[in-house]
Design a protein around this ligand. Structure first.
Ligand SMILES: Cc1cc2nc3c(=O)[nH]c(=O)nc-3n(C[C@H](O)[C@H](O)[C@H](O)COP(=O)(O)O)c2cc1C
Length: 276
Protein backbone atom coordinates (compact mmCIF):
# COMPACT_ATOMS: atom_id res chain seq x y z
CA UNK A 1 0.00 0.00 0.00
CA UNK A 2 2.72 2.48 1.07
CA UNK A 3 4.79 1.62 -1.99
CA UNK A 4 1.89 2.31 -4.34
CA UNK A 5 1.40 5.71 -2.64
CA UNK A 6 4.99 6.80 -3.19
CA UNK A 7 4.98 5.60 -6.79
CA UNK A 8 1.87 7.54 -7.66
CA UNK A 9 3.02 10.73 -5.94
CA UNK A 10 6.08 11.19 -8.24
CA UNK A 11 4.34 12.41 -11.40
CA UNK A 12 1.92 14.55 -9.41
CA UNK A 13 4.73 16.36 -7.59
CA UNK A 14 6.64 16.79 -10.86
CA UNK A 15 3.55 18.27 -12.42
CA UNK A 16 3.08 20.66 -9.47
CA UNK A 17 6.71 21.82 -9.72
CA UNK A 18 6.41 22.41 -13.47
CA UNK A 19 3.18 24.31 -12.98
CA UNK A 20 4.95 26.57 -10.47
CA UNK A 21 7.98 27.00 -12.77
CA UNK A 22 5.68 27.89 -15.64
CA UNK A 23 3.98 30.63 -13.64
CA UNK A 24 7.37 32.15 -12.76
CA UNK A 25 8.84 31.74 -16.25
CA UNK A 26 5.98 33.53 -17.87
CA UNK A 27 6.49 36.55 -15.59
CA UNK A 28 10.24 36.89 -16.22
CA UNK A 29 10.67 35.71 -19.81
CA UNK A 30 9.17 37.10 -22.98
CA UNK A 31 10.14 34.38 -25.40
CA UNK A 32 10.13 34.91 -29.17
CA UNK A 33 7.58 32.88 -31.12
CA UNK A 34 8.64 29.26 -31.69
CA UNK A 35 9.66 28.26 -35.23
CA UNK A 36 6.66 27.74 -37.49
CA UNK A 37 6.17 24.08 -38.41
CA UNK A 38 2.61 24.17 -39.69
CA UNK A 39 0.63 20.96 -39.99
CA UNK A 40 -2.94 20.16 -40.96
CA UNK A 41 -5.05 17.65 -39.06
CA UNK A 42 -8.73 17.11 -38.25
CA UNK A 43 -9.61 19.68 -40.91
CA UNK A 44 -7.63 22.56 -39.37
CA UNK A 45 -4.17 24.07 -39.32
CA UNK A 46 -1.87 23.77 -36.28
CA UNK A 47 1.16 26.06 -35.88
CA UNK A 48 3.27 23.00 -35.10
CA UNK A 49 2.67 19.28 -34.42
CA UNK A 50 3.64 19.35 -30.72
CA UNK A 51 0.79 19.25 -28.23
CA UNK A 52 0.48 19.13 -24.45
CA UNK A 53 -1.38 16.00 -23.39
CA UNK A 54 -4.32 16.08 -20.98
CA UNK A 55 -3.81 16.04 -17.24
CA UNK A 56 -1.39 18.95 -16.89
CA UNK A 57 -3.90 21.79 -17.03
CA UNK A 58 -7.15 20.33 -15.76
CA UNK A 59 -9.16 23.53 -15.87
CA UNK A 60 -7.47 25.91 -18.29
CA UNK A 61 -5.93 28.18 -15.62
CA UNK A 62 -2.49 27.87 -17.24
CA UNK A 63 -3.51 28.32 -20.86
CA UNK A 64 -1.89 31.69 -21.45
CA UNK A 65 1.40 30.56 -19.91
CA UNK A 66 1.32 27.27 -21.77
CA UNK A 67 0.84 29.00 -25.09
CA UNK A 68 4.16 30.81 -24.45
CA UNK A 69 5.85 27.45 -24.04
CA UNK A 70 5.43 26.97 -27.77
CA UNK A 71 2.86 24.20 -27.92
CA UNK A 72 0.79 24.06 -31.09
CA UNK A 73 -2.08 22.51 -29.18
CA UNK A 74 -3.02 22.30 -25.53
CA UNK A 75 -5.46 19.74 -24.22
CA UNK A 76 -7.15 20.67 -21.00
CA UNK A 77 -8.99 18.21 -18.75
CA UNK A 78 -9.97 15.54 -18.23
CA UNK A 79 -13.20 17.36 -17.44
CA UNK A 80 -15.91 15.13 -16.00
CA UNK A 81 -18.71 17.37 -14.80
CA UNK A 82 -20.56 20.45 -16.10
CA UNK A 83 -19.40 22.38 -13.01
CA UNK A 84 -15.73 21.67 -13.78
CA UNK A 85 -16.41 22.49 -17.38
CA UNK A 86 -17.98 25.89 -16.73
CA UNK A 87 -14.90 26.91 -14.71
CA UNK A 88 -12.63 25.79 -17.56
CA UNK A 89 -14.70 27.59 -20.19
CA UNK A 90 -14.22 30.89 -18.37
CA UNK A 91 -10.43 30.51 -18.78
CA UNK A 92 -10.64 29.41 -22.39
CA UNK A 93 -12.71 32.47 -23.22
CA UNK A 94 -9.85 34.70 -22.07
CA UNK A 95 -7.13 32.82 -23.95
CA UNK A 96 -5.39 34.37 -26.97
CA UNK A 97 -5.82 31.52 -29.44
CA UNK A 98 -2.61 30.86 -31.31
CA UNK A 99 -2.43 27.31 -29.97
CA UNK A 100 -5.34 25.01 -30.72
CA UNK A 101 -7.36 24.11 -27.64
CA UNK A 102 -8.68 20.62 -27.09
CA UNK A 103 -11.00 19.73 -24.24
CA UNK A 104 -10.66 16.19 -22.94
CA UNK A 105 -13.96 14.89 -21.60
CA UNK A 106 -15.05 11.79 -19.74
CA UNK A 107 -18.64 11.30 -18.69
CA UNK A 108 -18.84 9.06 -15.66
CA UNK A 109 -20.60 5.88 -16.72
CA UNK A 110 -23.71 5.02 -14.79
CA UNK A 111 -25.46 1.65 -14.97
CA UNK A 112 -28.05 3.35 -17.19
CA UNK A 113 -26.90 3.68 -20.84
CA UNK A 114 -29.39 6.49 -21.55
CA UNK A 115 -28.13 8.51 -18.57
CA UNK A 116 -24.49 8.00 -19.57
CA UNK A 117 -25.30 9.13 -23.12
CA UNK A 118 -27.07 12.21 -21.73
CA UNK A 119 -23.94 13.08 -19.71
CA UNK A 120 -21.81 12.90 -22.87
CA UNK A 121 -24.34 15.07 -24.70
CA UNK A 122 -24.25 17.71 -21.92
CA UNK A 123 -20.44 17.84 -21.80
CA UNK A 124 -20.03 17.98 -25.59
CA UNK A 125 -22.84 20.50 -25.97
CA UNK A 126 -21.24 22.86 -23.43
CA UNK A 127 -17.82 22.66 -25.10
CA UNK A 128 -18.97 22.72 -28.74
CA UNK A 129 -18.23 26.36 -29.49
CA UNK A 130 -15.34 26.84 -27.04
CA UNK A 131 -12.90 24.14 -28.13
CA UNK A 132 -11.05 23.62 -31.40
CA UNK A 133 -11.51 19.89 -30.89
CA UNK A 134 -13.11 17.60 -28.34
CA UNK A 135 -11.63 14.45 -26.91
CA UNK A 136 -13.63 11.54 -25.60
CA UNK A 137 -11.26 10.01 -23.09
CA UNK A 138 -11.71 6.26 -23.29
CA UNK A 139 -8.34 5.56 -21.69
CA UNK A 140 -8.19 5.13 -17.94
CA UNK A 141 -6.85 7.72 -15.54
CA UNK A 142 -3.40 9.03 -16.48
CA UNK A 143 -3.62 7.35 -19.86
CA UNK A 144 -3.88 3.85 -18.41
CA UNK A 145 -5.95 1.29 -20.33
CA UNK A 146 -9.66 1.87 -20.37
CA UNK A 147 -12.30 -0.76 -21.07
CA UNK A 148 -10.93 -1.73 -24.47
CA UNK A 149 -13.46 -4.45 -25.18
CA UNK A 150 -16.13 -1.76 -25.41
CA UNK A 151 -14.08 0.79 -27.38
CA UNK A 152 -16.08 0.49 -30.60
CA UNK A 153 -19.43 0.50 -28.79
CA UNK A 154 -18.48 3.56 -26.74
CA UNK A 155 -17.04 5.37 -29.78
CA UNK A 156 -20.22 4.60 -31.74
CA UNK A 157 -22.42 5.97 -28.95
CA UNK A 158 -20.31 9.12 -28.52
CA UNK A 159 -19.95 9.55 -32.31
CA UNK A 160 -23.74 9.39 -32.72
CA UNK A 161 -24.24 12.11 -30.08
CA UNK A 162 -21.51 14.16 -31.74
CA UNK A 163 -23.21 13.77 -35.13
CA UNK A 164 -26.58 14.81 -33.76
CA UNK A 165 -25.02 17.89 -32.09
CA UNK A 166 -23.37 18.82 -35.40
CA UNK A 167 -26.73 18.66 -37.14
CA UNK A 168 -28.48 20.71 -34.44
CA UNK A 169 -25.74 23.33 -34.26
CA UNK A 170 -25.04 23.44 -38.00
CA UNK A 171 -21.28 23.30 -37.29
CA UNK A 172 -18.58 20.72 -36.76
CA UNK A 173 -16.19 20.57 -33.81
CA UNK A 174 -13.80 17.68 -34.50
CA UNK A 175 -13.94 14.71 -32.16
CA UNK A 176 -10.92 12.62 -31.17
CA UNK A 177 -11.08 9.44 -29.12
CA UNK A 178 -8.22 8.75 -26.69
CA UNK A 179 -7.37 5.12 -26.04
CA UNK A 180 -4.44 2.93 -25.02
CA UNK A 181 -3.24 1.21 -28.22
CA UNK A 182 -1.93 -1.83 -26.32
CA UNK A 183 -5.46 -2.68 -25.30
CA UNK A 184 -7.24 -2.14 -28.58
CA UNK A 185 -8.06 -5.48 -30.19
CA UNK A 186 -6.50 -5.88 -33.67
CA UNK A 187 -8.79 -4.62 -36.42
CA UNK A 188 -10.83 -2.40 -34.09
CA UNK A 189 -9.27 0.94 -34.97
CA UNK A 190 -10.34 0.73 -38.60
CA UNK A 191 -13.98 0.80 -37.56
CA UNK A 192 -13.68 4.12 -35.72
CA UNK A 193 -13.97 6.20 -38.91
CA UNK A 194 -17.45 4.77 -39.35
CA UNK A 195 -18.33 5.96 -35.83
CA UNK A 196 -17.95 9.60 -36.87
CA UNK A 197 -14.61 10.08 -35.09
CA UNK A 198 -12.15 12.59 -36.64
CA UNK A 199 -8.92 11.36 -35.01
CA UNK A 200 -7.54 8.91 -32.47
CA UNK A 201 -5.17 9.87 -29.67
CA UNK A 202 -3.28 6.63 -29.23
CA UNK A 203 -1.35 6.12 -25.98
CA UNK A 204 1.67 3.91 -26.66
CA UNK A 205 5.44 4.01 -26.91
CA UNK A 206 5.59 0.87 -29.05
CA UNK A 207 6.80 1.77 -32.57
CA UNK A 208 5.19 -1.25 -34.23
CA UNK A 209 1.85 -0.57 -32.61
CA UNK A 210 2.02 3.07 -33.62
CA UNK A 211 2.83 2.16 -37.25
CA UNK A 212 -0.01 -0.38 -37.25
CA UNK A 213 -2.43 2.14 -35.80
CA UNK A 214 -1.51 4.65 -38.52
CA UNK A 215 -2.21 2.01 -41.19
CA UNK A 216 -5.46 0.79 -39.61
CA UNK A 217 -6.80 4.29 -39.07
CA UNK A 218 -5.95 5.84 -42.46
CA UNK A 219 -7.28 8.25 -43.58
CA UNK A 220 -8.13 9.17 -39.96
CA UNK A 221 -5.17 10.86 -38.28
CA UNK A 222 -3.32 9.36 -35.31
CA UNK A 223 -2.18 11.68 -32.54
CA UNK A 224 0.65 9.85 -30.83
CA UNK A 225 1.25 10.17 -27.08
CA UNK A 226 3.22 8.14 -24.57
CA UNK A 227 6.93 7.89 -23.85
CA UNK A 228 8.09 10.84 -25.98
CA UNK A 229 11.24 12.15 -24.29
CA UNK A 230 13.18 14.03 -26.95
CA UNK A 231 13.27 15.34 -30.49
CA UNK A 232 14.20 11.97 -31.92
CA UNK A 233 11.06 10.41 -30.43
CA UNK A 234 8.96 13.17 -31.97
CA UNK A 235 10.63 12.74 -35.36
CA UNK A 236 10.14 8.95 -35.19
CA UNK A 237 6.41 9.27 -34.45
CA UNK A 238 5.92 11.77 -37.26
CA UNK A 239 7.94 9.60 -39.65
CA UNK A 240 5.71 6.65 -38.71
CA UNK A 241 2.75 8.70 -39.94
CA UNK A 242 1.39 10.33 -36.76
CA UNK A 243 -0.25 13.63 -37.68
CA UNK A 244 0.45 15.21 -34.30
CA UNK A 245 2.26 14.25 -31.09
CA UNK A 246 1.63 15.06 -27.45
CA UNK A 247 3.88 15.07 -24.39
CA UNK A 248 3.22 15.12 -20.67
CA UNK A 249 5.96 13.55 -18.54
CA UNK A 250 8.84 15.02 -20.58
CA UNK A 251 7.36 18.50 -20.16
CA UNK A 252 7.12 17.99 -16.38
CA UNK A 253 10.70 16.70 -16.26
CA UNK A 254 12.35 19.20 -18.61
CA UNK A 255 10.51 22.40 -17.78
CA UNK A 256 8.64 25.28 -19.41
CA UNK A 257 11.05 25.88 -22.30
CA UNK A 258 11.44 22.26 -23.34
CA UNK A 259 8.80 22.50 -26.11
CA UNK A 260 10.69 25.41 -27.73
CA UNK A 261 13.98 23.51 -27.68
CA UNK A 262 12.29 20.47 -29.09
CA UNK A 263 10.62 22.47 -31.87
CA UNK A 264 13.88 24.25 -32.70
CA UNK A 265 15.55 20.85 -33.08
CA UNK A 266 12.72 19.61 -35.26
CA UNK A 267 12.98 22.70 -37.46
CA UNK A 268 16.72 22.25 -37.99
CA UNK A 269 16.63 18.45 -38.13
CA UNK A 270 19.03 18.13 -35.17
CA UNK A 271 17.75 15.53 -32.76
CA UNK A 272 20.03 15.08 -29.76
CA UNK A 273 19.12 11.79 -28.01
CA UNK A 274 17.91 12.60 -24.50
CA UNK A 275 18.23 16.31 -25.25
CA UNK A 276 15.73 18.90 -26.44
C1 LIG B 1 -0.01 13.15 -13.43
C2 LIG B 1 -0.72 12.75 -14.70
C3 LIG B 1 -2.05 13.10 -14.87
C4 LIG B 1 -2.72 12.71 -16.05
N1 LIG B 1 -4.03 13.05 -16.19
C5 LIG B 1 -4.67 12.71 -17.35
C6 LIG B 1 -6.02 13.08 -17.54
O1 LIG B 1 -6.66 13.72 -16.69
N2 LIG B 1 -6.61 12.71 -18.72
C7 LIG B 1 -5.95 12.02 -19.71
O2 LIG B 1 -6.53 11.75 -20.77
N3 LIG B 1 -4.66 11.68 -19.54
C8 LIG B 1 -4.02 11.99 -18.40
N4 LIG B 1 -2.71 11.64 -18.24
C9 LIG B 1 -2.04 10.89 -19.31
C10 LIG B 1 -1.27 11.81 -20.25
O3 LIG B 1 -2.16 12.69 -20.94
C11 LIG B 1 -0.48 10.98 -21.28
O4 LIG B 1 -1.40 10.30 -22.12
C12 LIG B 1 0.45 9.97 -20.62
O5 LIG B 1 1.09 10.52 -19.49
C13 LIG B 1 1.49 9.47 -21.61
O6 LIG B 1 2.28 10.52 -22.08
P1 LIG B 1 3.77 10.81 -21.48
O7 LIG B 1 4.55 9.52 -21.63
O8 LIG B 1 4.33 11.92 -22.31
O9 LIG B 1 3.60 11.17 -20.05
C14 LIG B 1 -2.03 12.01 -17.07
C15 LIG B 1 -0.69 11.67 -16.87
C16 LIG B 1 -0.03 12.03 -15.71
C17 LIG B 1 1.42 11.66 -15.57
Amino acid sequence: MARRGIGSVGPVIRRALTRAALRVAVKVARPAPPPALPVFAMGMAFINPLGLAAGFDDDGTLLAALALSGFGSIEIGTVRTPTMLRAALAHIGRHPRHARIGINLAATATGDAGETAERWRTLMGLTWDAADYLVANLSGSRGAPGRAESLTAQAAMIGAIHGSLARTRGSHTPLAVKCALEHVPAGTLGSLGGCGVDAVIGVSADRDLIARAVRDLAPLPLISVGGIRDGEDVATRLAAGAALVQIHTAFCRRGPFFPRRLLANLATGTMPRGGG
